[in-house]
Design a protein around this ligand. Structure first.
Ligand SMILES: Cc1cc2nc3c(=O)[nH]c(=O)nc-3n(C[C@H](O)[C@H](O)[C@H](O)COP(=O)(O)O)c2cc1C
Length: 205
């Protein structure tokens, strides 16, 4: 079993990465492999709503890491999204990445996911919810914890002092490992619900 974790920070060794490493440590103990992919320093354009992804099953732009990452996500059993809080939201480059990764659809239904937002002071809950939006709409089973997965610190040294934040992420990772195993085993006896034809209603009148 394997999990892909995305670090949306431009700092490869920053606070988000420390949080993802804490989660990876717990997943390792359960025999689950975790690959951390650093996205925050890539050059990634935003979605231009051209709609081509509906035909291609991937983004029309092939000149950055988005489509390669889609293949990795499609092959993985679980996903973690980690972002620093920038002005109360997801960091810009990471937002562009996530819009284009998730919009044409990724193979994440009934897989397991978790998010983490890191910040100095404020804006964690809104960022946590923004990150969860991607997973929820992809029908990912969200691994719970005892508090929102928001961690504090301007650098990894400060983050070490956020004992509660570290524990919140570790609990989330342990729950993720359990869910991954329970879903994999449960599929033998319990089939997932039949897919339904989607209703599509625009409230424009
Ligand atoms: C452009 C920018 C905007 C930021 N906005 C916020 C913010 O709204 N709230 C906050 O608490 N910290 C804010 N920060 C601080 C970072 O979220 C915080 O240092 C974070 O833990 C950095 O994670 P990293 O080391 O993984 O990059 C901001 C930092 C930058 C560079």
């Amino acid at each position: 079993m394997n999990v892909i974790a995305f670090n949306g920070s431009p700092h490869k060794d920053g606070v988000v990465n420390s949080g993802l490493e804490a989660m990876k440590g717990e997943l390792d103990k359960e025999g689950i492999l975790t690959e951390i992919i650093h996205v925050g320093r890539e050059v990634i354009r935003g979605c231009i709503d051209c709609g081509k992804c509906r035909e291609l099953g991937r983004c029309v732009f092939n000149d950055d890491i988005v489509n390669q990452c889609r293949e990795k996500v499609n092959d993985a059993n679980g996903i973690i999204l980690g972002s620093p809080v920038y002005y109360g939201g997801i960091a810009g480059t990471f937002k562009s990445f996530l819009d284009r990764l998730f919009f044409p659809g990724v193979n994440l239904k009934y897989k397991v996911g978790a998010v983490a937002a890191s910040l100095r002071r404020s804006g964690g809950i809104s960022t946590f919810h923004q990150l969860n939006n991607y997973l929820n709409l992809a029908q990912v089973v969200l691994a719970p914890s005892v508090y929102w997965e928001v961690i504090h610190g301007n650098n990894p040294e400060e983050f070490k002092e956020d004992k509660e934040g570290i524990q919140i992420l570790e609990i989330s990772a342990r729950n993720m490992a359990w869910l991954l195993k329970a879903i994999t085993m449960g599929k033998r006896d319990f089939h997932p619900p039949e897919p339904v034809k989607r209703e599509w209603t625009n409230f424009i009148h």
